[in-house]
Structures are given as C-alpha cells and as structure tokens.
Design a protein around this ligand. Structure first.
Ligand code: ATP
Length: 297
C-alpha cells in the first residue's frame, strides 16, 4: 500500500465537568465526547527521502514540527524505527482554536494512517497509549464516536450514540486558547456541575430530551465572561427552536441540537445574516467508525 486516506472528525462535548485541579497542574475532567460530521481529510504517502513532509491548505497552521501531525508521526516513526519517509497532506475544514479538538483529531488520524501505511499492527489500545503523549484528547479522537472521558481524558468508556438529531454548529470569529481557559478556571469554587452520570443514563436509554436537558459545560464560566457573543449565539439557537445549546470544550464554538432540520437551517441563515459567526455548519452526530479498521486491544 503506497497511499492511505483518513477522515479526522471534529468533536463536541455534550457535557463537560471539571472535578479538580491536580497538584501536577492537570485538570481531572468528566466529559461526554461526541464525534460530529465536520472533518479534515489527511492523506499519507511513503516517500523515498527520509523525514516527515507536511503540506496543508491553511495559512494559519504550521507545517513544521509544531503541527500535531508532525508530532504524532515522529512519535510513531521513532517507536517503530521507521527509516523511510512519509508525505502527509492535510485538507483543513474543522475550525481552528474552536474547542472542537481539530489538532488532536488530526494527530489521531496519523495513528490510523501510519498504522495502515506501514502495516504496523498497532491495536487501538497501543495507539491510545502512545497518543496521550501528544495530548489529553488524542486517545478519544483515536476511538471516536460517543464516550465518557475521565481522568485527564485518557480513561474512556464507549457509550451508545444519541438518537438522530440535527446539529447547528457556529464558531464566532474569535480564537480561544484552551490553556487560557483552564488557567482561569477555579475548579474548587464552581457552584454548578452538569449531571454527567444522568447524561450517560439518558444516552444508554436513547432519550434525546434526557440528554439535552442535562447539557452543561463548566468552562463557559470563563469563556462566556470573556466573550459574551457566545451567550448571544446560544440565545439565538434557543429562540430558533433548538432543544438546547451549549459551548463546546473551551470554546468559542456553540452547538445547538435540533429535532427539525429546517429549523436548524433557518437559524443558521439568521446567525449568518446577523454576523454572529462566519463558520457555520448544519450536521449530525457521527458514530464510531474505527472498529472495521483497527482491532480493539
Ligand atoms: P481542543 O478542543 O482540543 O482544545 P481546539 O479546537 O481548541 O482544540 P485546535 O484547533 O486543535 O484547538 O488548535 C489549537 C492550536 O494548535 C492552533 O492554534 C494551532 O496553531 C495548533 N495546531 C497544531 N497542529 C494543528 C492541527 N493539525 N490542526 C489545528 N491546529 C493545530
């Protein structure tokens, strides 16, 4: 096999709670992760020349060792002593610095891509164990679908996907640093915590209302204070017929869950016309698709 392609799906958080800040500075989290139908496309090709060569179509992103794609490829190639080279092409569609794990999902795609290209035989478990060295969200992105994420993000439990619904996803024209948000979160003074266990139950029962009633994200306390546009977008989505709306991850992306596709589309037009966001998508939940391509370890 000389060339391999992978889709790297973005994620949203249906629920995000921070339990505590650990003495080593990491935050212990409890999150519901969900893949959505916005994806980057990566292609991988063996190269005669040794090294990692990245080409991409986005001016804001580095194509050197600062790109998470490079970091993932280097880690794998060192671990498996791969002497030949690889050319990686990235077509970026996922909004950047958005709370949608764009970089982590690209890194995860590198694990699947190089596993196939170089026939490494890595199990999902092996990929996740190496992947966490790149970032806390990478193990989840390697697996995809719907999952409860605990610890610093590395303890993952797959759960059933939500019932069919439509997602309106809008990223206001600001970039938010995940580091800034966590540094300004005071986990011990949080007054409200989302009911993550209740959401797991609702997902298991396939109860959409039970899911949307429990949506909550403690990071909104930091990001919304800084960027009130997030609350305005949530308000627009609720007025436009969303069952509920929430900021994803550290933001600033907002998603609304709709039962009615036309309502989601009308609301996306309205957000665009009012200039609330430029990057707007109407999409759906995506179920885990890796089982066929990698064996569970
Ligand atoms: P998360 O939800 O995991 O916090 P995010 O959506 O907030 O992620 P990313 O889009 O992953 O943020 O990117 C954050 C920064 O990481 C960017 O500003 C970018 O410079 C850097 N980066 C490195 N590699 C990539 C990549 N392949 N795709 C996107 N960003 C990357």
């Amino acid at each position: 096999m000389d060339c391999v392609m992978r889709k790297a799906y973005a994620k949203i958080n249906l629920g995000l709670d921070v339990i505590r800040r650990r003495p080593d500075g990491y935050h212990e989290v409890k999150m519901i992760m969900q893949s959505v139908g916005i994806y980057d496309v990566l292609s991988f090709k063996k190269s005669e020349k040794s090294g990692i060569f990245i080409s991409l179509d986005h001016a804001e992103l580095p194509c050197d060792q600062d790109n998470l794609i490079y970091k993932a490829a280097k880690l794998i190639m060192d671990a498996y002593d791969i002497r030949s080279g690889v050319e990686i092409t990235l077509n970026k569609n996922i909004p950047i610095a958005a709370g949608m794990a764009g970089g982590s999902t690209d890194a995860a795609a590198v694990f699947h891509g190089l596993n196939e290209l170089f026939q490494l035989g890595m199990s999902l478990q092996e990929m996740k164990e190496l992947g966490v060295k790149i970032g806390a969200d990478v193990p989840y992105c390697i697996m995809g679908g719907t999952a409860l994420s605990e610890g610093i993000g590395e303890i993952l439990t797959p759960i059933p996907a939500p019932p069919k619904a439509y997602l309106l996803i809008a990223k206001p024209d600001i970039n938010v640093s995940t580091k800034f948000v966590y540094e300004n979160l005071h986990a011990d003074t949080l007054k409200e915590h989302p009911d993550i266990d209740g959401m797991v139950d609702a997902l298991t029962k396939g109860d959409l209302k039970g899911i949307t009633d429990r949506m909550g994200n403690v990071l909104e306390t930091v990001t919304v204070r800084e960027y009130p546009i997030i609350d305005r977008i949530k308000g627009e989505m609720l007025m436009g017929g969303a069952e509920n709306a929430l900021m994803s991850g550290s933001g600033p992306t907002v998603f609304g869950i709709f039962e009615d596709k036309e309502a989601a589309e009308r609301c996306s037009e309205s957000l665009r016309e009012q200039g609330f966001a430029k990057q707007i998508f109407v999409t759906e939940f995506v179920e885990n698709d890796v089982k066929a391509e990698a064996r569970e370890g």
